[in-house]
Design a protein around this ligand. Structure first.
Ligand SMILES: Cc1cc2nc3c(=O)[nH]c(=O)nc-3n(C[C@H](O)[C@H](O)[C@H](O)COP(=O)(O)O)c2cc1C
Ligand SMILES: C=C(O[C@@H]1CC(C(=O)O)=C[C@@H](OP(=O)(O)O)[C@H]1O)C(=O)O
Length: 397
């Protein structure tokens, strides 16, 4: 069972993570972790911070000669911006000229509830840990699970189907052929676009929408499509709420800052149609067993993987730090005032797509470990091959 925790403030010295429960023998390279970190930094609409940082992970434990050894992996990502914050974020000494307290909460951010909950007289500590800077540590952690899955033929990918009003009108026609080659090809194709879109018309509209939002001091959200290929049927379970794979995947995605909705397959469209037009019919074939011509269930039935591509869709709200202020109030004076601006992204949907890929990896890896068990890669590979073979045998009669 893989568990991980992250730590670190946005403008502190570093982010870190401990990833526990990875099987031994998974090939790991710093290049792969850093490539995923670099992907997370991309995207038209990111703010000034991304010009300061070049995220790189140091691996302090759990890897020997390029492979995991079953012990916890410790990851550290230094914040380059720290050197500009040593006074404001000093761990021990309160500076003589203490930085001004932040007392005006931004609607939509963690500022107000966080300040009340933890009893601060300053919003700064809330900003520091609620910041999605933390997702760099999650991407580094998730990459380890992703490398495990990749070595077993399970791939994760994503692309962006909408940014604000700029949206593709239907799932991209190229998608099926990309997914056939594995979900990572979807990401490879998406990464060629500055907004990680597949549809060129939507891309042009999205770039213009982000520029217009920036010009107006506004922000944009959007929609992320996430795919997982190569998952055999029967991961997860219907027998207990906490073993339901659909629930675990949705929870992982909702845990990303600013993600407010998750759809499985075409769930919302399905809700408006009769069952005869929704459920993915079985067609028995000698080669593949129970084949389906549609995947409206998004690869999940009975809270288990169905053997089809897992397809999840996530809705990201617009960034809540606006240059053009919203109505707020001052917690010191209790007087109404306009919200203050905190340096910010205009749009971070492309980056959030990379984060979504990372956070679903440990969920799928755990469903695999729950089904098959095993402590090292070769043992698990053999078990998975046997399981895949047994599924095909079911249909050989
Ligand atoms: C990759 C990424 C980058 C983000 N960048 C910003 C940002 O620059 N400014 C901001 O106000 N919110 C940003 N957010 C969203 C906030 O972190 C988030 O809205 C806030 O923590 C409140 O949490 P909630 O929206 O989940 O309720 C970003 C989110 C992600 C995933
Ligand atoms: C630092 C990152 O994102 C940050 C997420 C974020 C927020 O409020 O979530 C606010 C901004 O922080 P800063 O004030 O330092 O510019 C973003 O840049 C990152 O993704 O690495």
């Amino acid at each position: 069972m893989i568990r991980y925790f992250t730590s670190g403030e946005s403008h502190g010295p570093a982010l870190s993570a401990i990833v526990e429960g990875l099987p031994a023998g998974i090939p790991v390279t710093p290049e792969e972790i850093n490539a995923q970190l670099a992907r997370r930094q991309q995207g038209h609409g990111r703010g000034g911070r991304m010009k300061i940082e070049t995220d790189k992970a140091e691996v302090l434990s759990g890897v020997r000669f390029g492979k995991t050894i079953g012990s916890p992996v410790t990851l550290v990502i230094r914040n380059r911006d720290w050197e500009n914050w040593t006074t404001t974020m000093a761990q021990f000494e309160k500076p003589d000229a203490a930085p001004a307290k932040i007392t005006i909460p931004r609607p939509g951010h963690a500022d107000l509830a966080g300040r009340i909950k933890y009893g601060f007289d300053d919003i700064r500590p809330v900003i520091e840990r609620s910041s999605a800077r933390e997702t760099a540590a999650r991407v580094a952690s998730g990459t380890l699970a992703r490398l495990f899955l990749r070595s077993l033929g399970i791939e994760i990918g994503s692309y962006i189907s909408a940014i604000g009003p700029a949206a593709e009108t239907a799932l991209h026609p190229q998608l099926a052929s990309l997914l056939e080659k594995g979900a990572e090809t979807v990401s490879a194709e998406a990464d060629r676009s500055p907004v990680r879109m597949l549809d060129r018309q939507a891309e042009t509209a999205a770039l213009a929408a982000i520029d217009a939002a920036k010009e107006q001091g506004d922000t944009l959200g959007g929609i992320i499509e996430i795919f997982i290929t190569g998952v055999p049927p029967g991961f997860g379970s219907y027998v207990q709420h906490d073993r339901r794979l659909d629930a675990a995947l949705a929870a992982a995605i909702i845990s990303i800052q600013a993600i407010k909705g998750v759809e499985i397959g075409t769930a919302f469209e399905n809700a408006r149609k009769p069952g005869s037009q929704v459920h993915d019919e079985f067609h028995l074939t000698a080669k593949d067993g129970a084949e389906r011509k549609t995947n409206r269930a998004g690869g999940l039935e009975g809270s288990m993987s169905s053997g089809q591509t897992i397809h999840l869709r996530a809705a990201m709200k617009p960034i809540s730090s606006l240059v053009t202020p919203l109505q707020s109030f001052d917690l010191e004076t209790l007087q109404p005032t306009l919200s203050r601006f905190e340096r910010s992204d205009t749009c971070a949907v492309p980056a959030a797509g990379v984060v979504a890929e990372a956070v679903v990896a440990p969920v799928i890896a755990n469903a695999l470990l729950e089904k098959l068990g095993g402590d090292h890669l070769e043992e698990i590979r053999e078990r998975l091959e046997r399981y895949r073979e047994s599924i095909l045998n079911t249909f050989r009669g």
